[in-house]
Design a protein around this ligand. Structure first.
Ligand code: MN3
Length: 249
């Protein structure tokens, strides 16, 4: 009898805990969604560091938790704060980030570096996933577009890896959509990106790889090539596909 009572008590306690956890997750989800939707709306003229869509350890062993923590909190956090400081009281206050980047030649180095850093990392976190895959599923539009514009997935990968490997010093490798809807690979120095009016070839970036040493040094030291090949295991092609179809509109 006692055992039954005890067992019932345990079951009830577990059930209420499960309810609580489920409620907590739901609240977090709601907050995250609200947050994400407002990130480029610039309510109150302040850019906000978007929530990471996964935990710091989610991308291990490809990207380690400590690198993620420092990269997100310290680096992306600093770009966000410094961008807000740089535009405070200027005509850029209240403008969205895409507008700021498209007119970057008119703005200060602080706006260029931190505006680029803010946007680039927002994009970077969004196209990574623990359940990512090396190639897009064949039924995705982006898979067909890669075949059409590069001839094969391997050719795209070779061009992208080459761009990431040969970018001297700090910068990014990109897959973007040009004004005619065609895909192209490029790389930019520092925190520049293809949206800026200062780059050789302009377009809408849909996939980006951060090749600053801060993105890989703790785990890979100087071995950028190993970091680049690990990256292909965690690409969120569903998100890249979403960005592709939006960019084509
Ligand atoms: Mn970075």
């Amino acid at each position: 009898m006692k055992a039954t009572v005890l067992l019932t008590a345990i079951i009830l306690s577990l059930y209420s805990k499960a309810q609580l956890i489920s409620y907590t997750n739901y609240s977090k989800q709601t907050i995250m969604t609200t947050h994400t939707n407002t990130q480029t709306q610039v309510q109150g003229s302040v850019f906000e560091l978007p929530k990471l869509p996964y935990s710091y350890s989610a991308l291990e062993p490809y990207i380690d938790a400590r690198t993620m923590e420092i990269h997100y909190e310290k680096h992306h956090g600093a770009y966000t704060n410094n961008l807000n400081t740089a535009i405070k009281g200027t005509e850029l206050e209240g403008k969205n980030i895409e507008f700021i980047l498209a007119t970057i030649s008119k703005h200060s180095a602080a706006v260029r570096n931190n505006g680029g850093g803010y946007y680039n990392h927002n994009l970077f976190w969004s196209i990574l996933s623990a359940s990512g895959s090396e190639k897009p599923a064949e039924n995705l539009e982006i898979a067909n577009a890669i075949m059409k514009d590069f001839g094969s997935f391997d050719e795209f990968k070779a061009q992208f890896s080459q761009a990431a490997t040969t970018r001297f010093g700090s910068g990014w490798a990109w897959l973007s959509v040009d004004a005619n809807g065609k895909l192209f690979v490029s790389s930019t120095p520092n925190q520049d990106n293809p949206l800026m009016d200062v780059v050789d070839k302009k377009g809408t970036p849909i996939l980006g790889l951060d090749v600053w040493e801060h993105a890989y040094y703790l785990n890979y030291q100087n071995r950028r090539v190993d970091y680049i090949s690990a990256f292909y295991s965690i690409v969120n092609w569903n998100e890249v596909n979403k960005k592709y179809t939006e960019a084509k509109k």
